[in-house]
Design a binder for this molecule. Structure first.
Ligand code: FAD
Length: 451
């Protein structure tokens, strides 16, 4: 049977673009459909614009620090409109880079929505049908809005990059990494920031001590965090949004942002009709090789809801190409993925949290919390945390958790050691880099806890 293409990719985000271009570079005949903008969530409405906003927001504190170091700076106002113009010019540039990568590798692109018709056929929004030997689902995910009266007045992370002007105050709802990162960003940009989270502590799933310190520091810096609090209803009141909370509070905000979870983009894709199984959240069910139950259809990235991070989507895309086009069946390794959370202060983490590790085996915990030299000299009270969770039996470092400026950069390197199976004694044998914050990670002598 002959097909129009060897591979048809649905979705031009991190996973889809990587798979398409690497396969095409190998001589595979590839087409890709993207209904919105190339680069997907990461480039257009995720990691990249968010990190640029983190950078922008961090400058506010630096002026005071510089003054404490003797510089005669005066803090000025933040010009959102000038930043926003530059931000979107940068995103346009990056989208161009993604388009060029696909074109220069010979991937045929369709700027429209695609959906499945059968195991080898997709239908584009213009009604045309394309056939392919293999189809890769890489549609990513989208934010979900809660079902409550007035929710349509709120925004999500998709809209936050497009605000006409910065609000005077904002309510952020949610306790995951996106909610916490934007609380730090908005606060840093001078917006009075309140955060409601229905759970007992923010950043569920991470090491408890790490979560606790970050929450404490966020509060110290002036973010009004309300735990165990959710929103009941909201409505327009003049220029403001009136919000009623479960704790009885009734308050007015300029802006309300929901960061209350994400859902895979599998609605109306025809997946049920072709026999592709999906889980409770609508995520595509795949095996270790990213293959669905329909042998010609594979899925990578957030649409599978495994580990929803850009480098993971990229690796899944690469492993798919190895498996299907290079005759080298490759599973994606989802163990010990280092990751950063760009809260302020930042988190870098790899491996098991203390609680999770203790459930599995006897452990020792090495941890130190202190005021870092640079900030302490400037008179700031903030603390950092360096923590290792160590297996008693094997001495291997099961988890490394850092809360500190630059923690994301630190954890990339600690991640190599942990992934290699480094023991506590390997860390101890490594000479400290002095004077740095991260030297503490190799100088912790006695465990603070042991189970
Ligand atoms: P996506 O990048 O979402 O791409 C999917 C593409 O498919 C989209 O362009 C979409 O328009 C298109 N599409 C969907 N349906 C169709 C269809 N039917 N037809 C045609 N096209 C379609 N990850 C990190 O690693 N680090 C971070 O710091 C980080 N920060 C984030 C911050 C925010 C605010 C958000 C929302 C996410 C963040 N992420 C971060 C997660 C990261 O963006 C995702 O894990 C990653 O983009 C997933 O890639 P993907 O290829 O699976 O999907």
């Amino acid at each position: 049977m002959s097909f129009d293409y060897d591979l048809f990719v649905i979705g031009g985000g991190s996973g889809g673009v990587r798979a398409a271009r690497v396969a095409a570079a190998d001589g595979v005949k590839v087409a890709l459909a993207e209904e919105d903008r190339y680069g997907g969530t990461c480039v257009i409405r995720g990691c990249v614009p968010k990190k640029l906003m983190v950078f922008a927001s961090e400058y506010s504190g630096m002026v005071d620090d510089a003054r404490a170091y003797g510089w005669d700076f005066q803090a000025g106002d933040f010009d959102w409109s000038s930043f926003k113009t530059k931000l979107h010019a940068e995103l346009d540039r990056l989208e161009g880079v993604y388009r060029n990568i696909l074109a220069s590798n010979g991937v045929e692109t369709f700027d429209q929505r695609a959906r499945m018709v059968d195991a080898h056929t997709v239908e584009l929004a213009d009604g045309s049908k394309k056939t392919a030997k293999h189809i890769l689902l890489a549609m990513g995910g989208r934010p979900v809005m809660p079902d409550l009266p007035g929710a349509e007045l709120g925004i999500t992370s998709n809209e936050i990059f497009h605000l006409d002007k910065l609000p005077e105050d904002i309510l952020i709802i949610g306790g995951g990494y996106i909610a916490c990162e934007f609380a730090g960003i908005m606060h840093g940009l001078g917006v009075k920031t309140t955060q409601y989270y229905r759970g007992a502590q923010i950043l569920r799933g991470f090491d408890d001590e790490t979560r606790g310190l970050v929450c404490e520091e966020m509060c110290q810096r002036g973010i009004d965090v309300h735990l165990g609090t959710n929103i009941l209803e909201m409505c327009k009141e003049g220029d403001k949004i009136w919000v009623k909370a479960t704790n009885g509070d009734e308050r007015l905000f300029d802006q309300v942002m929901f960061a209350t979870g994400r859902r895979p983009n599998t609605d109306n894709m025809g997946l049920e009709d072709v026999g592709v199984a999906m889980g409770r959240k609508g995520e595509v069910t795949v095996d270790d090789y990213s293959q669905t139950g329909v042998p010609s259809i594979f899925a990578v990235g957030d649409v599978t809801d495994r580990v929803n991070l850009t480098p993971v989507a990229i690796r899944e895309g690469m492993a798919f190409v190895e498996t299907v086009f290079r005759g080298n069946p490759t599973k994606v390794d989802h163990e010990l993925i280092p990751t950063a959370i760009f809260t302020q202060p930042e988190i870098g983490t790899v491996g098991l949290g203390e609680e999770e590790a203790a459930e599995q085996e006897p452990i020792e915990v090495y941890a130190t919390s202190f005021k870092p030299m640079q900030q302490s000299f400037a008179g700031r009270a903030e603390r950092v945390l360096m923590k290792l969770v160590v297996s008693k039996a094997t001495r291997k470092v099961l988890g490394c958790h850092i809360v500190a400026p630059g923690a994301g950069e630190m954890i990339q390197l600690a991640g190599v050691a942990v992934k290699m199976g480094a023991t506590k004694e390997d860390f101890d044998r490594t000479v400290a880099v002095h004077p740095t914050m991260s030297e503490e990670i190799v100088t912790m002598k006695a465990p603070v806890r042991s189970t």
